[in-house]
Design a protein around this ligand. Sequence first.
Ligand code: GLU
Length: 256
Amino acid sequence: MRIVIKIGTSTLTHATGHLNIRRVEQLCKVISDIKNSGHQVILVSSGAIGMGVGKLGLRQKPSDIPTKQAAAAVGQCELMYIYDKLFADYHHTVAQLLITGEDIGNEKRHQNFRNTLNRLLELDALPILNENDTVATDEIVIGDNDTLAAIVAESVQADKLILLSDIDGLYTADPHKNPDARQIHRVHKLDDSIYALAGVSAGLQGTGGMITKLRAAQICMSCGCSMVIANGRRPENLYDILEGKDIGTTFEEETV
Ligand code: GLU
């Protein structure tokens, strides 16, 4: 199977903004094992800005663009350093791809990016993507990694996209506030009733929340790729998803 896994900032870091070492180590181990079992894996990882904020010793996440972009430049190095180090322990070679909306919008650049990704997979490397936050301005920004991950899944005709977040899946109400909130395990059709749940069911940290995840699901469902929202707190969820267990919320067109 060709699988795209998106890792959100909330999965990589503690609430303090510092790296969640145990979690990230476990994630890299599970992903390495999944690759060893024969699956092709592409990662889309957030966390550049968050890590940069920590490394530069800034007191809070900056709101102005130049500081955000500076933090991303510092944090992206740190992020790749950590991935390189941890995946090397399991003999996997990582590759970094940073892209913007322009690279997707321009057919030639999109094709180049697709060719590079396919070649990296043939070479058994582990591509790790993020938006190129240091140059992405309003006009060319993709904006969130849920969307980026779905675009990547569509571009390389992935079989599955797994969004690891700080929430177990899509709920009928906000589970942080409402004890009666029920998790929805399967969505076969993205209609207004599902979109209406996005506002009430958002995650706590990170950029996207539920609405960008539903938009990602829309992209995936229109190209026959199934998408799962699952909690990244437990990296072993990835094994369970691939074994077909009912983890998180799966978005899939019904096959007849
Ligand atoms: N590209 C951003 C970062 O690395 C994250 C965007 C997102 O999480 O959606 O900090």
